[in-house]
Design a protein around this ligand. Sequence first.
Ligand SMILES: N[C@@H](CCC(=O)N[C@@H](CS)C(=O)NCC(=O)O)C(=O)O
Length: 242
Amino acid sequence: MTLELFYWPGLQGRGEFIRLALEEAGLEYIEVGAGRAEDNQGVPAITHWLDGEDVARPPFAPPFLKVGSEVIGQTAAILMWLGAHHGLAPTEESARLWTHQVQLTIADAVVEAHESHHPVSAGLYYEDQREEAQRRAVDFREARIPKFLGWFDRVMSHNPAGPAFLVGDALTYADLSLYQLVEGLLYAYPKATTRALAECPNVVALHSAVGERPRIKAYLESGRRIPFNAGGIFRHYPELDG
Ligand SMILES: N[C@@H](CCC(=O)N[C@@H](CS)C(=O)NCC(=O)O)C(=O)O
């Protein structure tokens, strides 16, 4: 069955956390948002599921994944499903729950990364909240980036199976998402993130290892990965880094 990923075209955004899991699992998927309206794809297909009167369980926002007749929203829920059905999560219940907790913490970090440049409203331009962003970004880069990355590093240090992965002795979707979080932070806040990573050897090693996994490497080099840009969650405003 071909899976259908619904995400805003032209952006990595939260869609990228799903793409990395789909790629690592070797699954076939359609990027509905990038398709044409004439083919029942593109942005109208996304808004149909968000706003359609006939949709009983509308997702709140992209990304969402259509699996047959089922539509799964929320990045962490999509990954929980992919992990369970496609070998990217532990089988034991407590380890699965722990993986989900780690993923939700990554989601918290992603929200804060976005709010660091849009602290007042996602509906306003950056230029209209630049002063507030300056203040918010100082705290984000000085306190929050080190706290989040330090916590992931500690989770790996405390992993009874060893520090190679966040959970257990094999790759999970949370490892892929931590790779993406580090990528995004390095793009948006290169100075602050490099400084924080100097204290996080496990996270650095995981980031390198994920980038070298054959399917992930092939995807990164394929030209299909959308570059980070000024419309995404992770944005590089040099004046916010330091
Ligand atoms: N908690 C959701 C957040 C989803 C979300 O905020 N999606 C963004 C794009 S990355 C969006 O389109 N938001 C529209 C809105 O919040 O109104 C998740 O992790 O998937």
